[in-house]
Design a binder for this molecule. Structure first.
Ligand code: BGC
Length: 379
């Protein structure tokens, strides 16, 4: 496409000027970043970014990093949010195609539904990078930049094992992410791998999923089996859904499935609402609960003993990796990848980033001393 040529020429001209070798010549070429569907100022946009929603702090962390890194490197870029809707996501992609982007970095709302949007981008000659969430069932994706999501689930499960109450027959409540998000399966796979032996030997008793109980003796689940469990305990990544499911589970169970419990919560937003619900039940004496994302509100919950742990996924690394990938593509070189993820249609070359478990003991060191958050943000 014509704009690709223009960008490559620009990149070539600026090669020595910036770290990635692709810089803007002056402000007039800077489209800036436009959140929530606003229009960019003018001119060519080299890198378009589509994120799932502004309503979850996780994705605002990513936006902040993109703004910083792409701005520092002199890329012209635009960030758009899909606000939880695949239709908005598709029109965002179409708007970015109109803007002439060369690289699309997209975190899909729905792994399968996003296939049509990225196909349009591909047809327009755009290189597509899946960001954090893999788009499935299409060969219209080129690269994947992600955290190690199976490791996230393993870390959550292991935390419950390491911090469980004494004895056996401990009630285990399972919750999962949205079934439309491939990551929800990866997180669940990792958690199940470590938790299942403790379910099989009676240390834990699954308290809220008969589908999981049916599979209690199975170490490795097929995707269909995972889907059956996730179908029962999904939060849809929505704290209201998480709250009403937790309430329903506690209403259905008698005191024998309460007392000292452990809870696999898939991320911070859902963890906070599940934790509040369990805390409000008089028959729940104590709970250990996982999380993910190191959202400010959850770090505060951890500091105050209301959430047990979170998994810190350093969005500055993820955004930097995808920007480096974008730079390589704009410079017509092959981006660095370390592994592949099969999306049902192809093995997608991927770059993967490690995760860090955060608890009351290390949140200051990991999140504040590192400068990721300021001391004022965590009270
Ligand atoms: C992300 C999590 C996030 C969740 C809900 C997942 O795909 O990996 O970090 O909490 O979506 O937005």
């Amino acid at each position: 496409m014509k704009k690709k040529l223009l960008s490559l020429l620009l990149c070539g001209a600026m090669l020595t000027a910036t770290m990635f070798g692709c810089g803007k010549t002056d402000g007039s070429n800077d489209a800036g970043t436009a959140g929530g569907g606003e229009t960019a100022k003018s001119g060519d946009v080299q890198v378009g970014i589509v994120l799932p929603t502004k309503d979850e702090p996780r994705w605002l962390q990513d936006q902040k990093q993109f703004d910083k890194i792409l701005g520092d490197q002199g890329f012209t870029s635009k960030v758009l949010f899909s606000q939880g809707k695949s239709e908005t996501e598709k029109s965002n992609v179409e708007a970015l195609i109109e803007d002439g982007v060369d690289v699309l970095i997209i975190c899909a709302q729905d792994a399968a539904a996003a296939g049509a949007a990225v196909q349009e981008a591909k047809d327009a000659g755009i290189t597509v990078i899946c960001y954090d969430r893999l788009i499935t069932g299409t060969d219209a994706v080129d690269y994947y930049v992600t955290f190690d999501s199976v490791a996230v689930g393993k870390a959550q499960g292991q935390y419950l094992i390491d911090n469980k109450p004494e004895g056996s027959g401990i009630p285990l409540y399972l919750y999962a992410g949205a079934a439309t998000d491939n990551n929800a399966f990866l997180f669940f796979e990792g958690a199940w791998e470590v938790l299942q032996p403790y379910v099989a030997d009676g240390t834990f008793v699954i308290a809220n999923s008969d589908e999981a109980n049916k599979l209690a003796d199975k170490a490795e689940l097929t995707k269909d089996e995972q889907a059956k469990i996730i179908g029962q305990v999904t939060t849809d990544w929505d704290f209201n859904v998480a709250k009403s499911k937790a309430e329903a589970h506690l209403t259905a169970n008698d005191a024998s499935l309460k007392g000292d419990v452990v809870i696999l919560a898939p991320n911070d937003g859902t963890a906070r609402s599940i934790a509040d619900t369990f805390a409000a039940d008089a028959d729940v004496k104590s709970y250990v609960i996982t999380g993910q994302d190191a959202e400010v509100a959850s770090v505060n919950y951890i500091a105050n003993g209301k959430q047990s742990m979170t998994v810190f996924k350093n969005t500055s690394t993820l955004a930097a990796d995808s920007c480096a990938m974008a730079a390589a593509i704009l410079n017509n070189t092959t981006p660095e990848t370390v592994t592949t993820y099969n999306n049902g249609k192809k093995d997608v070359p991927a770059k993967q980033t490690d995760i860090t478990v955060v608890t009351q003991d290390n949140y200051k060191e990991v999140l504040i001393d590192s400068g990721y958050y300021t001391e004022d943000e965590i009270k």
